[in-house]
Design a protein around this ligand. Structure first.
Ligand code: NAD
Length: 694
């Protein structure tokens, strides 16, 4: 049983007990209905408190029920029973009251809560909307605008804020149950104060409010389906009688639940929870204690990485080759913090505290006590070799030695030390203080507790850690090579850079692949192509970029790359010069330029990536296809509402179609880059999906 009824004098407590988070499973819904029945018929009970055992109030729906057929009774039925109940009801909130949990609380007459609790309606994050009256009750309780904002952001609302909004009646300091019972006792004899009966003031909605909200949301939540439906539901709350509003909410909920975005976002939700489960890593492996960190190199990445630790309150030493490098690096960090402070998201004092946690250094002596050292120097093996040989001499025994390398072999780097078990990759994404991904590269000899520590560190600095095996480019950059190759080839074959980029942006990417090259700097690819064996990559794909670099067009930093840029601006402006370079280069290869469709752009860019993803999976570089999706969502801005590249291939395109397309491009463009991964062939032959890949 997930609930029990307790009579405390004239107040009944309806206890919910469904560890660990009191998810509103079928058994909880049954318990709520039973409890209400008992309380209704119990003559001595004059008011009721809904309270939860354990560490939290009902934290939300039981998401494992999402995939199966609906199980009766549904939450709306429970809420209807609460509406029909005759005695005052008070919700006693501790921990988190999210989603359905908050909707239950909203169907009570009053809400009392501990000050450190949180409430919220996060359904939007799963591609749906509050479907148990939340869209109709919250606006009546707190007003149209704050309610809409809460549901469109889906963010947790701290109880003090919720109290100021009018969603919480009382903040309790001390025994929550006692306080809730006392509160309920005060209401005995009063008529019920149901939220559904509250009326909005006639001037609650300024003229044009919903149109403006739709436009703003279309920009802020680009391409997303459910935020617009939330606006529709709140408009219904403002314009329709309650029961009609509820019906509208139900219809809109079903529309959202049936939309492919809901499936994709729920995939992301589960994928994120899976990612930290590492096959073969025993659960009892204890992470090493990390109290201080050192970063080598205060460039683009080193500075951002240092900020992550300072933000988490962990002292960090930042080492550079000379004072100038240090000053430049620290200057950028300060500028970043001050920009955040200017937006009101940090106080001046917090800026100083964080800067104070970053200790500049020019000598390796300063690293002798660090528990974790992350190298972020230039991307060449010679420089990395010197650094790791030195670290081997100066780092304390048991310190973890990590490299932020983008492509180089972690095993080679580990081999520069006498302690390869302590070495691994910690690959951050640019800007390192913003992007949520941390690719953790497990070397052949990395010790289990070192891996466990990196996963733990990722959590502490609020990143999502994804474990990858060691190969050129690991998961993310190895797949990116296919994406960039096809983007560049499409340009040679007849598409303009803006056509390619616009197709990708329309799909949902934050920027196109050529814009991304301009942002990172075209010289990076140029240098790596010069260092690589031309037999290992598609030389033709780099030909335009090579010419642009040789013309001094390095990307945004020189205000010219694939596009032109105005000083200080990031808006790409098509360039005639580049158009000529493209035409000349294509002519040089004897390419007949042709019309290229948007569909071809998407298929070639993403299928090239997915086919490599299948190889990454087959080789065990990634443990799960869903890990690859997480890498792309948090490292490269792949749109969450499409679930990630592997989810897209499986669920939007279908694996048989993906395979057929790869074969078709192989027939047209040669099989050098378009040979289907044997894993993909096998899955299609066996009628399986990525979840059954291994
Ligand atoms: P960067 O050129 O901006 O910075 C490198 C810094 O390291 C410079 O400030 C340099 O002075 C310093 N440095 C060089 N040798 C040093 C030494 N021996 N001791 C101390 N400091 C030294 O380069 P970056 O973009 O920050 O890249 C650093 C590493 O991170 C590379 O391995 C790169 O592949 C990787 N990476 C870069 C990105 C990116 O988008 N820029 C993303 C992920 C990973």
């Amino acid at each position: 049983m997930s609930g029990r009824f307790e009579a405390r004098g004239d107040v009944g407590i309806l206890w919910i007990d469904n560890p660990p988070v009191n998810a509103i499973s079928q058994s909880v819904r049954v318990a709520l209905l039973d409890g209400l029945k008992q309380a209704e018929s119990h003559g001595a009970i004059k008011a009721v408190v809904i309270a939860c055992a354990g560490r939290t109030f009902m934290a939300g729906a039981d998401i494992t029920e999402f995939s199966g057929p609906p199980r009766s009774p549904g939450l709306p039925e429970v809420i209807d029973a609460l509406d029909a109940f005759s005695k005052p009801v008070v919700a006693a909130i501790h921990g988190t009251a999210f989603g359905g949990g908050f909707e239950v609380a909203l169907a009570c007459d009053h809400r009392v809560a501990l000050g450190n609790a949180q409430v919220g309606l996060p359904e939007v994050k799963l591609g749906i909307l509050p479907g148990a009256g939340g869209t109709q009750r919250l606006p009546r309780l707190v007003g149209i605008e704050p309610a809409l904002q809460a549901m469109i952001s889906g963010d947790p609302i701290p109880v003090p804020v919720a109290r100021d909004m009018g969603a919480i009646d009382k903040i309790v300091d001390g025994d929550l149950t006692e306080a809730a019972v006392a509160f309920a006792r005060e209401k005995i004899g009063s008529p019920r104060r149901r939220v559904r009966d509250l009326t909005l003031a006639p001037d609650a909605v300024p003229a044009g409010f919903f149109d403006a909200a739709r436009q703003r949301t279309a920009k802020e939540k680009r391409n997303l389906f459910s935020p617009q439906r939330i606006i529709d539901a709140v408009e219904a709350a403002a314009t329709l009688p309650f029961d009609q509003g509820i019906q509208r909410e139900r219809d809109l909920f079903i529309e959202c639940a049936r939309n492919s975005q809901a499936q994709a976002l729920q995939h992301v939700f589960f994928a994120e929870r899976q990612v930290a489960k590492i096959p073969g890593l025993p659960a009892d492996v204890k992470p090493r204690s990390i109290k201080s960190v050192a970063i080598i190199g205060a460039g683009t990445m080193g500075g951002g990485i240092a900020m992550n630790f300072a933000n988490a309150g962990i002292p960090v030493t930042l080492l550079e080759v000379n004072q100038e490098g240090l000053d430049r690096g620290l200057g950028v960090i300060r500028k970043n913090y001050e920009a955040t402070a200017a937006k009101g998201r940090l106080t001046a004092e917090q800026v100083e505290t964080r800067m104070g946690l970053i200790k500049p250094a020019l000598s390796y002596d300063a690293l002798a006590d660090a528990d974790l050292i992350i190298e972020a120097v230039f991307e060449t093996l010679e420089v990395k070799k010197k650094v790791f040989e030195t670290l081997d001499r100066v780092a304390r025994k048991g310190a973890i030695l990590a490299s932020n390398t983008s492509y180089l072999s972690i095993d080679t780097i580990a081999g520069y030390t006498s302690r390869p078990a302590d070495v691994l990759g910690m690959h951050f994404f640019s800007p390192a203080n913003v992007m949520k991904l941390l690719e953790i590269v497990r070397g052949a000899r990395t010790a289990p507790d070192v891996l466990a520590t990196a996963l733990d560190v990722a959590k502490r600095i609020k990143k999502v850690g994804v474990v990858a095996g060691n190969c050129h480019g690991f998961i993310g950059n190895r797949m990116l090579e296919g994406y960039m190759r096809e983007g560049s080839l499409l340009v040679l074959e007849g598409a303009t850079p803006q056509q390619v980029d616009q197709a990708l942006v329309k799909f949902g990417m934050p920027m196109g692949v050529l814009q991304m090259g301009d942002l990172a700097g075209l010289d990076i690819g140029y240098k790596s192509r010069k260092d690589r064996d031309p037999g290992t990559f598609e030389v033709k794909a780099g030909a335009v970029a090579d010419k642009l670099v040789e013309m001094g067009r390095l990307g945004q930093k020189t205000q010219a790359g694939y596009y032109d840029y105005q000083a200080g601006q990031r808006t790409p402006i098509p360039s005639d010069v580049v158009a000529r370079v493209i035409e000349e280069t294509a002519a040089g290869y004897g390419i007949q330029r042709r019309e290229i469709s948007e569909q071809e752009i998407l298929e070639r860019c993403f299928l090239a990536m997915v086919n490599i993803g299948c190889e990454v999976l087959r080789e065990g570089i990634a443990y799960r296809a869903s890990d690859i999706d997480i890498v792309y969502l948090y490292g490269y801005g792949f749109p969450a509402h499409r679930g990630g590249p592997m989810f897209w291939a499986e669920h939007e395109l279908g694996l048989p179609q993906a395979l057929e397309k790869i074969r078709e491009y192989g027939r047209k463009h040669g099989t050098r880059w378009w040979t289907p991964s044997p894993l993909l062939e096998r899955l299609v032959a066996e009628g399986k999906g990525f979840a059954q890949a291994l």
